[in-house]
Design a protein around this ligand. Structure first.
Ligand code: ZN
Length: 244
């Protein structure tokens, strides 16, 4: 089976559509695994939920998904994120609110545990250092864990000696899933933050146990133009150009 692993769409329909088109170009997938933050920051939250729901998918809740429906409060958000969250809440249909409200925090699928932030703290914790990642290997039972939230394509590996190492997840090298437990982040679809503005996602193929990262160019200006038209914060508009 082939699965697309996507995270942090953030209401960027242009990026999400480019990723879905790229998935088809790569031969298609049977399932889409989404790691949360469908909405927040970007200009088309309702449309992104609709497009995701047209796919055969599973999805966990992200902090922005729950903030947009008032299930977590935005006091931990920076002012721009909070402004975008208030705007997002006004764009959602009753069906969108119900859909987001029913998203689980954790999904277990085959050899994988899916969460937004971390297995220890599914909503809020960022996995960006080996020390934080190392502590989190005790919090999932499957061999592999898929996370989003940091918008950075990263792989944390826990080896036989009990040490945790990390590497950038890059497009040139397929990641073979072997015996070592891994925590994998496919990067962000709608707001990449690794200084590469291209949309980021991965495809997992259960037949050869290979996970591959893809980076997809999209019409960043189109998303930015819509954000400006909706009066979304300029800092959020600008960062898409730099992938930061
Ligand atoms: Zn996010």
């Amino acid at each position: 089976m082939r699965c697309a692993i996507i995270a942090d769409i953030h209401a960027n329909l242009t990026a999400f559509t480019a990723v879905m088109d790229d998935i088809e170009r790569q031969g298609g997938v049977e399932e889409v695994w989404c790691l949360g933050d469908i909405v927040g920051y970007g200009p088309e939250p309702h449309e992104c939920i609709s497009l995701l729901r047209q796919t055969n998918h599973v999805c966990v809740a992200g902090n922005h998904d729950l903030a947009a429906i008032g299930k977590v409060d935005t006091s931990d958000f920076n002012p721009d994120a909070a402004t975008a969250c208030l705007w997002t809440a006004q764009q959602l249909s009753p069906e969108d609110v119900e859909y987001l409200g029913n998203l689980p925090l954790v999904i277990e699928k085959d050899d994988f545990t899916l969460v937004h932030g971390s297995p220890r703290e599914p909503i809020w914790e960022y996995l960006l250092s080996t020390s934080t990642a190392e502590a989190n290997f005790a919090f999932f039972k499957s061999r592999f864990c898929l996370v989003g939230h940091s918008h950075q394509p990263l792989v944390f590996r826990y080896d036989e000696t009990g040490t945790c190492s990390f590497s950038q997840f890059v497009t040139s090298i397929g990641l073979v899933l072997g015996e070592s437990p891994l925590i994998i982040n496919p990067g962000g679809v709608g707001q990449p933050r690794d200084s590469n503005p291209r949309a980021s996602y991965a495809i997992y193929d259960s037949e050869n146990r290979l996970t591959r990262l893809y980076r997809v160019p999209y019409d960043i200006r189109a998303t930015q133009t819509k954000m400006i038209a909706h009066g979304l914060p300029m800092r959020l508009v600008a960062r898409l150009s730099y992938g930061m």
